[in-house]
Design a binder for this molecule. Structure first.
Ligand SMILES: Nc1ncnc2c1ncn2[C@@H]1O[C@H](COP(=O)(O)OP(=O)(O)O)[C@@H](O)[C@H]1O
Ligand SMILES: [Mg+2]
Length: 324
């Protein structure tokens, strides 16, 4: 049974805003699935519908085998959720919050204490466990929120932009935790605006734009679909014409800026050695040589017609408070 299935899932808001339109999605048990899209694409709306926090206005969805509207309570027991804006009471400590979360799930006090300590350790917050959450850095709050989402041992975990605004180190820590959880059998559905996050973490990526799925597949398949690797080289002065001649054996040569020439390698990156040998045999000196493999950037552009804005900016340098 797939962990998540949707059929024509849709959500409209008043005033004709179509946040999500006709989404067909299937996430296999044990997968890490990344929903990649810019601000306003419909990611949070989708997560809120799948986690029973918002009613669909069209279509339907099942999570862990349960219908998100008719069997909402069963869905909630099966899932963990870390939302984009976690509302954590700043006056409570990490350990208090996680024990409260356990209690809300009906977990016995002694068991809640045990699991709380274990999860806090797991996300690397043991030394900060008795500090008020108001003193936590952004990365620490995200880690606590993740621990809280795990307290009832959910089968399916939803993470809405788990690393937005975090520095690279905190981001890595979250990625590692997600990988470990997944190795232990948890299905993960995450949303992200970061191409690299989708590329690094996900078994499969869905590109969402304007409330609809623009493309879906493994990162490798999506990149392969967009194009072959392109070799860009700069022949020594005066050798451009002869270089074109040689490159024609490997694909369609194309002039590039600054006297460079490029060719999309018909047989892929393994052709690079043969290109170099052929140029050498023809006595053509080369000043520079670069291989450009398609990235998810290229995929995004090819599938949506625009660049994924917001990737790379809006990241605040983060300060872990010194006193732990
Ligand atoms: N409660 C709401 N009322 C009206 N419009 C909304 C509401 N929530 C989201 N939207 C709109 O739906 C679209 C998708 O939003 P959202 O799902 O939050 O996107 P994302 O999470 O990808 O940034 C946006 O145009 C947003 O303004
Ligand atoms: Mg969102």
């Amino acid at each position: 049974m797939p962990a998540i299935v949707t059929r024509s899932l849709a959500r409209e808001f008043g005033g004709g805003v179509v946040a999500v339109s006709g989404l067909d999605l299937e996430v296999a048990d044990g997968e890490i699935y990344a929903f990649l899209g810019p601000n306003g694409a419909g990611k949070t709306t989708t997560v809120r519908m799948l986690t029973t926090l918002l009613r669909p206005t069209g279509g339907e969805a099942r999570v862990a085998g349960f219908h998100v509207v008719r069997e909402a309570a069963a869905v909630r027991r099966s899932i963990g959720v870390a939302l984009q804006e976690a509302a954590l009471d700043p006056l409570m400590t990490g350990v208090e919050l996680i024990e409260l979360q356990a209690a809300l799930h009906g977990i016995r006090r002694s068991e809640g204490r045990r699991r709380g300590a274990e999860l806090i350790e797991r996300v690397g917050l043991t030394r900060a466990a008795d500090r008020r959450v108001g003193t936590y850095s952004g990365g620490m709050r995200r880690r606590l929120d993740l621990a809280m989402a795990l307290v009832h041992e959910p089968r399916v975990l939803f993470l809405d932009e788990p690393t937005t605004g975090l520095d690279p180190q905190s981001r890595q820590a979250i990625w590692e935790e997600v990988r470990k959880l997944n190795e232990d059998g948890t299905t993960v559905f995450l949303t992200t605006q970061y191409l690299e996050e989708a590329d690094q973490l996900a078994d499969r990526v869905g590109i969402i734009d304007g409330g609809a799925m623009a493309a879906e597949g493994t990162p490798e398949a999506l990149k392969a679909e967009v194009g072959r690797p392109r070799l860009v080289l700069r022949p020594a002065d005066g050798a451009a014409d002869r270089a074109h001649e040689v490159l024609r054996r490997f694909g369609e040569p194309r002039p590039e800026r600054g006297g460079s020439v490029s060719v999309a390698l018909e047989r892929g990156a393994e052709d690079v050695a043969a290109v170099v040998r052929s140029l050498d045999d023809a006595g053509i000196a080369v000043e520079s040589l670069d291989l450009h493999r398609p990235t998810l950037d290229d995929v995004f552009l090819a599938k949506t017609g625009h660049l994924l804005e917001g990737d790379g900016d809006e990241r605040e340098p983060e300060r872990e408070p010194a006193a732990r």
